[in-house]
Ligand binder design. Structure first.
Ligand SMILES: [Zn+2]
Length: 187
């Protein structure tokens, strides 16, 4: 929108505001016709000022990208990336997303996007999903040593893995075989 358009549009919109203020039960039809003309003029000015199409998604990165109605931000591109990241958590297998709540640990569950600094996350396979099993480390060697100690512990998990968190999550190494086990119904 250039300066002339801004000035004209601003004037037209303020005029509509005045029409709104003056509107009353006894406003004559002639005045209403005038309002309609001014309204159309404001709409024309607005259409001239808007050069881009209305955004199709709520994604700041891809406002006019393809739409995925199921995605929270409606962005198919970002949703595809998020799906790939979720698949990667299962080692690339075609497993569906878990239907149960993720198993809680005192370390919690990591977020959708990594922090900008790089960290190494020790994770264990809890029979359902990969789960953070220790404090994320700034040092890869330290994280490896921690996992080695976990594997030698009294009750080691079925599998461990080391995840590199930087601009995305990347599985660097997997120990053991993550086998998906369904929870037996009680009783
Ligand atoms: Zn996007």
């Amino acid at each position: 929108m250039n300066h002339a358009q801004l000035t004209a549009l601003g004037r037209a919109l303020r005029l509509l505001g005045e029409h709104g203020e003056a509107l009353a039960a006894d406003t004559p039809d002639a005045k209403l016709h005038e309002v309609r003309t001014d309204l159309r003029r404001a709409l024309d000015l607005l259409e001239e000022s808007v050069t881009t199409t209305a955004p199709s998604t709520r994604c700041p990165e891809h406002p006019n990208g393809p739409v995925d109605k199921a995605a929270p931000d409606l962005c198919l591109l970002c949703e595809t990336r998020r799906r790939a990241a979720r698949r990667a958590e299962y080692g690339g297998g075609p497993l569906p997303a878990p239907q149960t709540e993720p198993v809680q640990s005192r370390y919690g569950v990591r977020g959708d996007r990594p922090q900008p600094q790089q960290r190494w996350l020790p994770e264990l396979w809890n029979g359902q999903a990969w789960q953070l099993c220790g404090t994320p480390r700034r040092d890869r060697r330290e994280a490896e040593l921690y996992l080695a100690a976990q594997r030698r512990g009294p009750r080691p998990a079925m599998a461990y893995r080391l995840v590199h968190e930087f601009t995305d999550y990347e599985v660097l190494r997997v120990w053991g075989t993550p086998v998906r086990m369904d929870i037996e119904p009680m009783g």
